[in-house]
Design a protein around this ligand. Sequence first.
Ligand code: AMP
Ligand code: MG
Length: 359
Amino acid sequence: MKKFSLLLLAALLAVSLIGCAPDAPQQYRTEFLGTFDTVVSVIGYADTEEEFSQAAGIVHETFAGLHQLFDIYHGYSGVNNIKTINDNAGLMPVKVDARIIELLQTAKEWHSKTDGAVNVAMGPVLAVWHEYRGTGIASPEDAAVPGAQELAEAAKLTNIGKIAIDEAASTVYIEAGMRIDVGAIAKGYATQAAADALIAAGYDSVLISAGGNVAAVGAPKDGRDKWGVGVKDPQSDLAYSTDDENLLDVAYVSGVSVVSSGSYERYYEVDGVRYHHLIDPQTLFPAAHCIGVTVIAQDSTAADVLSTAAFVLPPEEAMLLIENTEGTEALWVHENGDVTLSSGMAAYLKHIGGATNGA
Ligand code: AMP
Ligand code: MG
C-alpha cells in the first residue's frame, strides 16, 4: 500500500562516486526516502563531492518541506497543510503557506485546460477508492468494488469551483464534505521546485528522479549532451529498471521533465480484475483507455498533471490536449502493447525514433 509515510525518516544515503577521469567533473549519485511515498534519486556532475552533497541537500530540503505541506493523511505540529484544510471543511478558512495557494491555483487552471480530467477536488471519490483498495490489499478475500451509488454520492462534493482561495489573506476554505487530493500534481510541483532551487543556486547538471517524475537540470558533463531517462514498459513487472532490455524505450532529454502515470502504480484486484488509482471523473471508475502514459514538458508540474490527464481522457481528446499544449509530447501504451506517439515524441526516443545523446 502506498501512502505518505508517517515519519519524515528521510535519510540521505551515502553519496557514491561513479566513474573517474582526473580534472573532469565527476558523476555522483544519492537517494533518499521519506517524502511523497517514493525514493528520490539525485544524480549529478560536480567538481567535488561536497558540491554535489550541497545540491542533494537542496533537493532533499525542498521535498521534505513540500511533503509536509501537501500531505493529506498526516498533520505536523506548527504546519497548516492540505489535511488541515480538509479537516476544516465547512468550519473555517485555513491560513496556509503561499506554496499551497500556488499549487491549488495551478490545479484550478489545469482543471479547465484538461476539460475536468484532473480535478484535485475529487478527494471524496478518491477516498472511497483508497479505502476499498486498502481493504483489498490487506485482505484479498474481502476485496470488493465500490457501488455506483456510493461513488455518485461522493461525486456530489467534487466541485473544484468551491475551493475558495483568498490570495490576499492566504487562506483556503472548502465546504463541508469536500476533500482535496493533490496526488496528481504534488510530486511534479515538488520536482519542479527542487529543479528551480538548484538552478537558482547555480547548478547546471543534475537529474532528479522521484518515482515516475524526472526533471533534468542541464545536461551531463561527460561528453553526452542529453540524459537518458528510461520509459517504463507498463507490462513489465520490473519497476523503474535501468536495464535497457526491460524498458519500453529511453528518452534523451536536457532541461525538461519526463513524467509517467500508469495502471501499474497502485491497484488491487477483485475476481481477477485490476482496479487502479487513476479515476475517470466521468465514470468514477479507473480509466481504461490505456495502461501507461509518459509526458515530456518543460515544467514538471505541467508534465505531472498532463500525464494523469492523458491517461484519464479518451484517446482523441488526450492527443488533442497534448498537441495543443505547447512544448509537450506524450507516449501512450495500450493494453495490447500498441504504442501511440504525439507528433514530436519520436525525436526524443532512442529505439522508436533513433534519437542520440551526443556521445
Ligand atoms: P499520478 O500518479 O500523477 O497520475 O497521480 C495519481 C494520483 O492522483 C492518485 O493516486 C490520486 O490520488 C489522484 N487522482 C487519480 N485520479 C485523479 C483525477 N482524475 N483527478 C485528480 N486526481 C486524481
Ligand atoms: Mg500526475
